[in-house]
Write a protein that binds this ligand. Structure first.
Ligand code: TYM
Length: 345
């Protein structure tokens, strides 16, 4: 069996309104992986143009995601922070994957159906083929592990399907060219622990999202203490006190969500949090949640602002990261072309 270097890849779209779901479900979990893996954390700007591209703010949003990575504790010296479009091989490999993935596979993608909504005929082709670009992001670096929130699970399964089909369809040229018995790894999703799916503060059945029209639906990574407190105070609840056990969350999505946020921020389990707050009113619990959220998030928000104030530093980090990423990407792309039988004179 081909051995792959353990490597982590993940990405966040620079579409503005970076929120608590992105932080707790993804960015915060990127940080400890740096100890045991080589990590690449990408600001996926090519993905951000698949719907409503906005040239006025794309650059600033890109810096904002990079600033969030840095503020959370990603180390750009020993790992790689970069923006996707600075490595042209992402789009190049995506083309090859357009020719590997099947229409039937993409037709099953629930995120496309949600994002395209009723107006499918008017969605961009890019939005439809987006999962192939995501597979290219990951496989370009032969990443073995991908930390993401729960909503990306289906895209990760598609990435594995693409890797597997490529490995099988091209086994002859993979072996002939000395690449072992498998060219791409089948990357493992890391979707574990708390906050894999943080829900809207206005509706516990909907995911917290950057595109929700209500600002009260999410805590963003630029909210100050007052905004955080106000949003928690206004968060939807139900009339019952907090349940004593996990089973008591049944039919109470808002209670489950607020407790889940508390657990993720405090590092405790839901059961432990219910041990402390079961039977209390939402008013008491919301106060405790605010007292926890503000001092936990504020240092990160402040650091992020500090990085945003020094644009030249962020741009330099992205530039250096892009160079390091490109060195790996160029190698893969050359090999993929060889496997496909292309001449590169
Ligand atoms: P994006 O930009 O929508 O979200 C970035 C990360 O945040 C997670 N996330 C959440 N986690 C918990 N609760 C939520 N409410 C919540 N909302 C978002 C997402 O799961 C994600 O991990 N397609 C990806 C970006 C991408 C990517 C990649 C990720 C492009 N290429 C390669 C991993 C590997 C996306 O749109 O994420």
């Amino acid at each position: 069996m081909t051995k792959f270097t353990p490597r982590v890849f993940s990405g966040v779209q620079p579409t503005g309104n970076l929120h608590l779901g992105n932080y707790l479900g993804a960015i915060k979990k990127f940080v400890p992986l740096q100890e045991n893996y080589e990590c690449l954390y990408c600001v996926v700007d090519l993905h951000a143009i698949t719907a409503n591209p906005n040239p006025e703010i794309l650059g600033q949003n890109t810096r904002e995601v990079a600033a969030a990575y840095l503020a959370a504790g990603i180390d750009p010296k020993n790992h790689i922070i970069f923006n996707q479009s600075s490595v042209p091989q992402h789009a190049e490999l995506a083309w090859f994957f357009n020719c590997v993935a099947r229409m039937g596979w993409l037709n099953r993608m629930t995120q496309f159906k949600e994002k395209a909504g009723k107006n499918k005929e008017n969605a961009s082709v890019g939005l439809y083929s987006y999962p192939n670009l995501m597979a290219a992001d990951i496989l370009l670096y032969k990443a073995t592990h991908v930390p993401v929130g729960d909503d990306q699970k289906q895209h990760l399964e598609l990435t594995r399907d693409i890797a597997q089909k490529f490995n099988i369809d091209f086994i002859k040229t993979i072996e002939e060219n000395g690449f072992g018995d498998q060219y791409f790894p089948l990357p493992e999703p890391i979707i574990a622990g708390t906050a894999t799916r943080v829900m809207s503060l206005r509706d516990g059945s909907k995911k917290m999202s950057k595109s929700d029209p209500s600002d009260y639906s999410r805590i963003t990574m630029t909210d100050d203490a007052d905004a955080i407190a106000l949003k928690i105070r206004k968060a939807k609840t139900d009339p019952e006190p907090l349940p004593e056990t996990i089973e008591g969350f049944e039919g109470r999505p808002e209670a489950k969500n607020l407790v889940g946020i508390y657990s993720a921020l405090s590092g405790k389990s839901d059961a432990e949090v219910l041990g402390e707050f079961g039977g209390e009113t939402f008013a008491t619990f919301k106060k405790a949640l605010t007292d926890l959220a503000v001092p936990t998030l504020e240092p990160i928000t402040k650091k992020m602002q500090g990085f945003m104030d020094d644009q030249a530093q962020i741009d330099q980090i992205l530039k250096e990261g892009g160079e390091k990423a490109r060195a790996i990407a160029e190698e893969t792309m050359k090999e993929v072309k060889t496997i496909f039988g292309m001449l590169h004179p």
